[in-house]
Design a protein around this ligand. Structure first.
Ligand SMILES: *[C@@H]1O[C@H](CO)[C@@H](O)[C@H](O)[C@H]1NC(C)=O
Ligand SMILES: *[C@@H]1O[C@H](CO)[C@@H](O)[C@H](O)[C@H]1NC(C)=O
Ligand SMILES: *[C@@H]1O[C@H](CO)[C@@H](O)[C@H](O)[C@H]1NC(C)=O
Length: 219
C-alpha cells in the first residue's frame, strides 16, 4: 500500500517536472530582454485593449455606520502582449504557461473607490494572487477572485425597506485612454452563481461605461 502511494507521488512528480524542463528553457528565452514596464503594443499610437469583466458572487457586508459595502467577486482581464509570444512546436508543443503577475506587464485597473485597510490598492498583483495564463500567440488571461470594500452613501431612513445604490468603479490608475482602453467583456455583473446576502436583495444591476477619467496621478 505504501509502495503504491510512493509510486503515484513519483508519477505526479515526473509529470510535474517534465514540462517544467521545457518551461525553464522556453520562458527564459521568452523573457530575455523583456521589460514589463513597457505597454504591450507595437504601435505607440494605439492603446492596449484590455477586456475586463467583474462578476459579483456575493455582497458580504453593508455597513451603514462606515458607509461601505464589501463585495466578493471574480475579475477577469485579458489582453494581447506581442512581446511575449513563442512558437509552441519549438517548445515541446506547450501552448500555455502560467506565470506570476509580477514578472510581466499587467493592467493597473483598480477599483477607484476602494477603502479596504488590508489592501488599499483594489486591483493589480497585490489584490489578485493568481497567476497570469500566457498563450503562445501572446494572449494573456488573468482571472482572480477578490474582496472589495468600497465607499457607498447608505441612507437607512426607510429601513428595512430602503433601496441603496452603490457603484463599483474600475479604471486604469496611471494610463490614459490613449494608452489603455478597457473593453467590457460580457460584463456579467451579478453572477448566475450569486449567493444571496439574506438581508439585501439586488434589484438592479447596471453596467455603465464612462469616458476614461483624467488620470489621477499625484494623489
Ligand atoms: C500606427 O497606427 C496609426 C493609426 O492607426 C497609423 O497611422 C500608423 O501608420 C501606425 N504605425 C505603424 C508603425 O504601424
Ligand atoms: C514554428 O516552428 C516550426 C519548427 O521549427 C516551424 O516549422 C514553423 O514554421 C514555426 N512557425 C512559425 C509561425 O514560426
Ligand atoms: C462571454 O459570452 C459568450 C457568449 O455568451 C460566451 O461564449 C463566453 O464564454 C463568455 N466569456 C466569458 C469569459 O465568460
Amino acid at each position: 500500500m505504501s509502495f503504491l502511494a510512493v509510486c503515484i507521488a513519483a508519477y505526479i512528480l515526473c509529470v510535474g517536472l517534465l514540462p517544467f524542463d521545457v518551461f525553464c528553457d522556453g520562458p527564459r528565452k521568452l523573457f530575455d530582454g523583456y521589460s514589463k514596464e513597457f505597454l504591450p503594443r507595437l504601435n505607440e499610437s494605439k492603446p492596449v485593449k484590455v477586456s475586463f469583466d467583474f462578476e459579483l458572487i456575493t455582497i458580504k457586508e453593508v455597513n451603514a455606520k462606515e458607509q461601505t459595502i464589501t463585495v466578493y467577486g471574480w475579475v477577469r482581464q485579458s489582453w494581447h502582449n506581442p512581446f511575449l509570444q513563442w512558437n509552441s512546436s519549438e517548445y515541446g508543443g506547450i501552448q500555455t504557461i502560467q506565470t506570476s503577475a509580477k514578472t510581466l506587464w499587467v493592467p493597473d485597473i483598480l477599483m477607484y473607490n476602494n477603502v479596504d485597510n488590508q489592501d488599499r490598492v483594489g486591483g493589480g498583483p497585490t489584490t489578485y494572487k493568481t497567476h497570469v495564463v500566457m498563450h503562445s500567440n501572446g494572449d494573456n488571461d488573468w482571472t482572480s477572485p477578490a474582496l472589495f470594500k468600497t465607499v457607498c452613501a447608505i441612507d437607512v431612513t426607510y429601513f428595512p425597506f430602503d433601496m441603496q445604490t452603490c457603484s463599483l468603479k474600475f479604471g486604469s490608475w496611471a494610463s490614459g485612454s490613449h494608452q489603455l482602453r478597457m473593453c467590457p467583456l460580457n460584463m456579467t455583473g451579478k453572477s448566475n452563481q450569486y449567493v444571496d446576502n439574506g438581508e439585501w436583495e439586488i434589484r438592479r444591476n447596471r453596467v455603465e461605461k464612462k469616458r476614461c477619467p483624467v488620470p489621477l496621478r499625484g494623489i
